[in-house]
Unconditional design. Structure first.
Length: 270
C-alpha cells in the first residue's frame, strides 16, 4: 500500500525552492526557445532540477515527470503505471515570468495507479500555497477551501476564459453571445484552478492544457467541492500527454448552467 507523503514537508520543499530559484530570477530572466515554439527560462530548469533531486532523495522508489523533460522520456514514464509518479510544472506561467508579470506558480502532483492523490500549487508572489489530498479536502495556507460557494447565476458570473485555444465556433459564440458578466485570463493554468477553488472567479474554460498544468489544480478544485469536465463531457484528468480542455465551477448549480450553455453531454463523467 502506498503511503501518501507528508504534505507539510512537500509544501516546504516547493516554498523554499520557489523563493530561492524563482523569485531572485524574476527581474533577470534568461530565456531560450524550445522546439515546439514555446520557450524555457533558466528558472524553469533550475526549479525542475532542484525539486527532482530533492524528491528522488526522499522517495527513491517514486518516478518523476517534469515539463522540461523530453516527450519520449515523459511517455516512457506514463507507460509504467505500476510506480507512483511525481508530476511537476516547475514554472507555470513562464510567459508572465519572462515579461515580469507577477502571476506564476510551481505545481506538483502525485499520481498513483492512474489517479492524482495529492496536489500542491505555490504562488511565491502572494505567498499562497494551495494543497489537497484525495478524500481529505483542500486548503490555502492551512485554511479549508470550498467555503465560498454562494451561487452566482451565469449572467452575473466572472469567468476565467482562455479564448486562444478554443474552437473557432465557440470563440465566436462567446464573443457574440457572451453569457457571463465579465471575463479574465491571467496566464497560469495551475493558478486558474486554484482561484476557482478559492471562489475568486466563478467559472472556467480552457481549450487545451497539459498534464503538468492541470494535474494538481483539478484535484484542489474537486477537493474544494467544485466540478469539472472537458468540452466532450469527460473527466479532465487523464494520465497521458494529450492536451485536455477544461470546464469548471465551484458551484454545482452554476456547473449545470455553464455546461448546458456550452452544450456539453456529461454522460461520460464518472
Amino acid at each position: 500500500m502506498i503511503q501518501t507523503p507528508n504534505i507539510a514537508q512537500l509544501q516546504q520543499l516547493l516554498i523554499s525552492a520557489a523563493r530561492e530559484e524563482l523569485v531572485p530570477r524574476f527581474t533577470q530572466v534568461l530565456r531560450h526557445d524550445k522546439a515546439d515554439g514555446s520557450f524555457v527560462t533558466e528558472a524553469d530548469l533550475a526549479m525542475q532540477q532542484r525539486i527532482q533531486r530533492a524528491l528522488q532523495q526522499q522517495w527513491p522508489d517514486y518516478a518523476f515527470l517534469g515539463e522540461e523533460m523530453t516527450e519520449a522520456e515523459q511517455l516512457a514514464l506514463l507507460q509504467n503505471s505500476s510506480q507512483p509518479l511525481w508530476c511537476l510544472d516547475p514554472l507555470d506561467g513562464t510567459s508572465n515570468f519572462a515579461a515580469h508579470i507577477p502571476f506564476f506558480s510551481v505545481s506538483l502532483a502525485l499520481i498513483v495507479k492512474g489517479e492524482v492523490v495529492l496536489g500542491i500549487i505555490y504562488d511565491p508572489m502572494r505567498n499562497e500555497c494551495f494543497s489537497a489530498v484525495k478524500g481529505q479536502g483542500a486548503s490555502l495556507n492551512g485554511q479549508p477551501l470550498g467555503q465560498r460557494q454562494l451561487h452566482s447565476p451565469l449572467a452575473k458570473a466572472t469567468a476565467l476564459v482562455d479564448l486562444k485555444r478554443l474552437p473557432t465556433a465557440l470563440q465566436t459564440r462567446l464573443i457574440q453571445q457572451t453569457p457571463y458578466s465579465s471575463q479574465r485570463s491571467f496566464g497560469s493554468v495551475a493558478l486558474d484552478w486554484c482561484w476557482i477553488a478559492a471562489g475568486r472567479c466563478h467559472l472556467y474554460l480552457h481549450g487545451k492544457q497539459r498534464l503538468w498544468d492541470y494535474a494538481a489544480g483539478q484535484l484542489i478544485l474537486h477537493e474544494s467541492g467544485g466540478q469539472s469536465c472537458t468540452l466532450d463531457g469527460e473527466p479532465v484528468f487523464q494520465a497521458s500527454l494529450e492536451g485536455r480542455s477544461a470546464v469548471a465551477t465551484l458551484s454545482a448549480p452554476l456547473f449545470d448552467e455553464w455546461t448546458n450553455w456550452l452544450g456539453i453531454n456529461r454522460l461520460n463523467l464518472e
